[in-house]
Design a protein around this ligand. Structure first.
Ligand code: F6P
Length: 371
């Protein structure tokens, strides 16, 4: 296709873990594409799985109507399929094979002038590889972890913060009634954004994140000192990737068939049991898990997803491939995919929200809290 040719047909896929707002993005790409630009839109099923196994269908305006508020993705998703390292049976034996060339061929056969990939760092790393192969791609940044660099916020994050904050509100009432330590384990992989924001929003007394290694003696002493001062409960928000000083992250399982095989989980139970042992206080752990990724997007995410989706189709029409719309301040700007996947966006330990929380008496497990 010549560089000036009009875009006539595109495909969309959603890759990686689902999150609230995916459907809002699909809608915000497809409606302007169909109504404004006269572009045919196809939906690839189950992320890169559908690209490998040639599963796609046309999305008409009625297919993307009424989905703004729906959680999950109408296209399905997968976090196990990598076209550049795909497990398949060759001559009776299981082998890992690069099938990206076949995927590019499928894209050509289908007449797709561009591919829009909605996903987190893993999906965008593969999107960038397709860009390097010469496929016209645009990415859209998604994840509840908020760990994609180049964008201030990813859609899905605020919805997850909402769920986790409400969970802390609910744990408060039981903690206060039963004079317990209630530990809530939150998602986020190697980044502590979700735990930090919901921890502050939900008034957690202790916030443990991957970016600040904690000392269990400090956490235990803090719970005891609260009891001594008449506060007979403590709420601990712990990120799944948090770890004690010199210790390791707790891994729940290895998924061999996933491009990112490590699934974190279990630190909440370890923290609760250690607190109980060292203080004699009753301590319980709750794992929020996939509840944080489910359900309807909050209005902030509906709006951000709409802005990202609209910007993505504009980037396609303008043929600005190899890019991704990002939120910087209040502006949606195009950034290079290569820059976006360069590194994970972690919480700076001197983040202003951490400094504020410390001065309000929140314990981050690395030093005794004030007050
Ligand atoms: O990246 C989103 C996320 O929900 C992480 O916070 C979490 O560690 C991971 O995905 C869980 O993945 P899965 O749904 O495969 O268990």
């Amino acid at each position: 296709m010549a560089k000036t040719d009009k875009i006539k047909r595109i495909a969309i896929l959603t890759g990686g873990g689902d999150c609230p707002g995916l459907n809002a993005v699909i809608r915000a790409i497809a409606k302007p594409a169909i109504f404004q630009h006269d572009i045919d839109v196809y939906g690839i099923e189950d992320g890169f799985h559908g690209l490998i196994y040639r599963k796609a269908h046309q999305l008409r305006a009625e297919d993307v109507s009424g989905i703004l508020t729906r959680g999950g993705t109408i296209l399905g998703s997968s976090n196990k399929d990598n076209p550049f390292d795909h497990e398949m049976i060759v001559d009776g034996a299981s082998k890992r094979v690069d099938v990206s060339g076949e995927c590019a061929e499928y894209i050509r056969e289908m007449g797709w002038d561009a591919l829009i990939c909605i996903g987190g760092d893993g999906t965008q790393a593969m999107t960038q590889k397709f860009h390097e192969l010469g496929v016209n791609v645009v990415g859209v940044p998604k994840t509840i972890d908020n760990d994609l660099s180049a964008t201030d916020v990813t859609f899905g994050f605020q919805s997850a913060v909402d769920v986790a904050t409400e969970a802390l509100d609910r744990l408060h009432t039981t903690a206060m009634s039963h004079h317990r330590v209630q530990v809530a384990e939150m998602m986020g992989r190697y980044a502590g954004w979700l735990t930090l924001y919901s921890g502050v929003g939900g008034g957690a007394d202790v916030i443990l994140i991957p970016e600040i290694e904690f000392d269990m003696d400090i956490v235990a002493e803090y719970c005891l000192s609260r009891s001594r001062h008449g506060k007979r409960f403590t709420i601990v928000a712990v990120a799944e990737g948090a770890r004690p000083k010199g210790g390791k992250m707790v891994v729940a399982k290895f998924l061999q068939d996933s491009p990112d095989p490590i699934r974190l989980g279990g630190i909440g139970k370890v923290v609760a049991e250690t607190i109980a042992e060292r203080t004699g206080l009753e301590a319980r752990a709750t794992v929020l898990g996939h509840l944080q990724r489910g359900g309807s997007p909050v209005p902030y995410d509906r709006v951000l997803a709409t802005r990202f989706g609209h910007a993505a189709i504009e980037l396609v029409v303008e043929r600005k491939f190899g890019t991704m719309p990002a939120l910087q301040g209040d502006r949606i700007v195009p950034v290079l995919l290569a820059d976006a996947i360069d590194r994970l966006k972690l919480v700076p330990p001197d983040h202003s929200l951490i400094r504020a929380a410390r001065q309000l008496g929140t314990c981050f497990g690395d030093e005794p809290a004030v007050g």
